[in-house]
Each structure stands twice: as C-alpha cells, then as structure tokens.
Design a protein around this ligand. Structure first.
Ligand SMILES: Nc1ncnc2c1ncn2[C@@H]1O[C@H](COP(=O)(O)OP(=O)(O)OP(=O)(O)O)[C@@H](O)[C@H]1O
Length: 280
C-alpha cells in the first residue's frame, strides 16, 4: 500500500550542498594529455566563497565549455587560470601548467600570460591601427624586425580568419571594424603572443548571429594548435564547438563530461534541468 505521508521530491531537492550529486569524467584514466589543471581551487571575493571546490583537468587541443547559471563561478575559474583575479580575489589551491604551479608568488605573471591568453566578452581593440593592435604587446617586451612583425601579423590574422578581409587596410583604425571582425582581431592579438591556451569569456555574446558563427568557426579551426577554454551561456554554441563541457552550480562543478554526453545523456538531474532550461 502507498504510504500517504510519502511526498515525492524532485531529484534536485536531494542534493546536499556539502555533497552534491555529481559526475566528473576521469580524464587521467584515459591517458589524455592535460594542458592545465586545477587542484583544490578555492576563490573568495571578500567573504563570498565564489568557488568552493575546483578539481578540473583540461585536455590539450580540445575545446572545453564552462556552462551554468549566472553567478555559478564559471568566469571565476576562467579568470583564475591566468591570474586575472589576483587583485580582486583570494585564490587558493594549485593551478598546474607544464609541471609548474602558476598560482604561486614567484611566477612572472606577464610571462605566464603569453602562454595562457584571454579574450573577453566585448571586443576591446586598442585605439590603434589593425597592425599595431597585433604588434603592440610584442614590441613592448621584445626586439623584433619589421619583417618578423609583418610575418606575425599575417599569420595571426590568418589564424583568426580575418586576413582576407583586412590585408589591404592594415593601417586602418581597429575601431572601424565590425563587432565580429573586432573580436577576431582581439583573438589574433592574443594569438600573436603564441599562447598554448586560449581562455575566452563569452566571446560572442555581444555579437550578431553571423559574427558569432564566424568566431565559432575560427575557434574550431584553432583547436588543432591551441587548447581552448570558453565560458558560454549559449547552449547551442557549447554543443556545437566543444569537446568537453563542465556544468557549474553554486561555485561547484556538478558534471564534467564529453559534450555529447552532457547534452544527450547527462548523469546528474541538475545538469538536465539546466540544459533543458528549467532553471537559471
Ligand atoms: N570582482 C568581483 N567582486 C566581487 N564578487 C565577485 C566578483 N566577480 C564575481 N563575483 C561573485 O562571484 C560569484 C561567481 O561569479 P562569476 O562571475 O564567476 O559567475 P559566472 O558563472 O561567470 O556568472 P556570469 O555568467 O553572470 O558571468 C558571484 O556571486 C559573483 O557575484
């Protein structure tokens, strides 16, 4: 006989904050090459613990999307990966890159950011020519001949799929570019430093659908040579471009798996609720 006092609760109600139902893909067991990983990462803004547990591994030459509701900690993780949070947050734990914990005081942060570049939500070209946008950071910290700079400008613009559109007007102001072109210029600017890892924080959310598709195509092209980690609110975008997806909720990674599994057979009820638009 049915117990009249029994009340059915949705699965998400059973998730305890201290031990949420979760599933993390075990990358190490499959011998994937890891580009960067975090261990016991905890990030606080004052008293607010924005990321309370973060053990994540990012596979080399893959695109990993970080998804989750607003405030769930995605940007906090992304920004911590190249120390953009240093001045605003307390970041504890290890961030291992090429055998080095880059979350320690003796790291040259500027040098590290040449390896781990960042592209932000709004295209932010400098008020300089297209050419100078790409060469600016290089000329600040190194000696390059004009021929070397020309070559870097051409290669990075080609990689960012912008060369054909701007090759005859490299001296034009970058501020005259369209949103999609400007974002690809910013990607080219990051690539000019020859990074290993590219971090992108909602890189196409401020763009129209055509420009956004161009940026997505660019990222898919780039993953042959770069490890890409992207924060996105656009579920279709995550499903289209990424190999892995990590779902964040209240500062924790709830599910991290192959993208096709997250979007077709998520293992955690909360992930399913999120991707099917039932919350957030
Ligand atoms: N610079 C900051 N100062 C204080 N609190 C911050 C700062 N940046 C983020 N937070 C807080 O940290 C928590 C996580 O924020 P975070 O930006 O990482 O979330 P998110 O998942 O990237 O959200 P969104 O999708 O809106 O960008 C939130 O509670 C947010 O208010």
């Amino acid at each position: 006989m049915t117990n009249p006092n029994f009340e059915f609760k949705p699965a998400s109600d059973f998730i305890r904050e201290d031990a949420p139902e979760r599933y993390i893909y075990n990358m190490a067991s499959d011998k994937h090459e890891i580009a960067i990983s975090t261990h016991d990462l905890q990030v606080s803004y004052g008293d607010n613990l924005a990321l309370s547990e973060g053990d994540l591994e990012f596979e080399r030459y893959k695109i990993t999307s970080l998804i989750g509701a607003s405030g769930s900690g995605k940007s906090t993780v992304l920004r911590s990966l190249n120390r953009m949070n240093d001045d605003v947050a307390t970041v504890n734990g290890q961030i291992m890159y090429r055998g080095v914990d880059i979350n320690t005081k003796n790291i040259d942060v500027y040098e590290m950011r040449r390896h781990i570049g960042m592209v932000f939500q709004r295209p932010n070209p400098f008020a300089k020519s297209i050419y100078d946008n790409i060469t600016f950071a290089l000329t600040q910290r190194g000696n390059y001949t004009k021929e070397q700079l020309d070559e870097i400008v051409e290669t990075s613009l080609k990689q960012a799929a912008l060369w054909d559109q701007v090759k005859d007007e490299l001296n034009k102001s970058a501020l005259a570019l369209s949103g999609g072109q400007a974002q690809r210029l910013v990607i080219a600017r990051a690539l000019a430093l020859k990074p290993d890892i590219l971090l992108l924080d909602e890189p196409s959310s401020a763009l129209d659908p055509i420009s956004s598709a161009q940026v997505e195509d660019t990222l898919i092209e780039l993953k042959n040579q770069y490890t890409i980690i992207i924060v996105t609110h656009n579920m279709q975008q995550a499903a289209r471009i990424s190999d892995y997806t990590a779902f964040f909720h209240l500062g924790k990674v709830i599910e991290y798996d192959l993208t096709r599994k997250i979007f077709t057979r998520p293992k955690v009820a909360l992930t399913n609720d999120y991707i099917s638009g039932n919350f957030g």
